[in-house]
Design a protein around this ligand. Sequence first.
Ligand code: SF4
Length: 391
Amino acid sequence: ITHCPVAALSGRDDKRPVFSQNGMLNTRRKTTVVQVAPAVRTAWAEAFRLSRKFASPERLAGALRLMGFDYVFDTTYAADLTIMEEGSEFLERLKHKEDYQWPMFTSCCPGWIRFLKSQYPDMVDCLSTAKSPQQMQGAIIKNYFADKIHEDPENIFSVSIMPCIAKKAECALPTMDSTGTGPDVDVVLNTREFVDYMKSLNIDVYGLPEDRFDSPCGEGTGAAVIFGTTGGVMEAALRSCYYLATGENPDPDAFHSVRGMDGWKEASIDIAGTEVKVAVVSGLGNARKLIEAIRRGEVFYHFVEVMACPGGCVGGGGQPIHEGKEMAEIRSKNLYFLDSHNERRFSHENPEVLKTYEEYLEKPLSRMSHKLLHTDHHAWDMPLAPKLKKR
Ligand code: SF4
């Protein structure tokens, strides 16, 4: 199990470095910061049989505050930041088509990145250079936010709660230390570990207070919430690409054709007079089929979203498991519900993201944005699979 090529399967339990045996945060007197991914909000409450209405993102923030974290952030902030960077990168590639290998692949799923690097290394340049939301949030916390609270990055202990097991390996990559003082994200807990820990603390979930996520760096739009499901990253990117190219917002539901649980979806979109062909695949079997079809010249796309887990992160390897029951579609519907009820549905309208550009990053794809928010996928090699002993 520990030899899974995309690091999506593992028997690891990372609660120990975060919590001590008496249940207190094990932080060696550091400032503790936690971020929580979009897909976690739709699954954490399943173990407690809480209703969708009661198990609000604000109640999740309340639970994390009760656990003792000093700052509680929503990774949707960084998902919006990802759209600003990845969307701008896509439009830039479209402008200079002949300089790039096509299609451009999304890069927020570490399981997919490991798959592409190991199976189709000649296509690694197709990957967007944007880091995943987890890693963008980590880099912003240890740079921009550290400056704001006048704290040294090495005195910040940064935890993330993710639906994913591959993210545990992602945060340890040599390219994910933007300050030179240690990983931008120190420890990743998956949803199951988080729920286990809540249970072990005997937290009264029915009495949980609602709390706000911390600001800045804690607020996200509806576009960011749907990152947690297959097609969500593509839809959020198209909403903002359309705006960045035309100066006008589209109908937020205009790109609904990329929604749904089908393993391979495609659409053709008109952006400022250019026909943009997009595809969305989830599950690595579907990713392989799509790549083989591209290589045989049977299909052509400009922009492709790939998620390693069937259904996207809502069905991630670190989410609660219910014997014989597939929850990805139900969780996905919850995310679209939250998107449709969000007062902001475009990443480029996130006021905290706009403020971060104004105060720190300047603009998408700036030097500072490249330093903190982008990565070089060639900078590390896939670990070789251990040789099996002959019997
Ligand atoms: Fe992780 Fe699966 Fe989401 Fe990829 S799709 S980021 S492997 S949970």
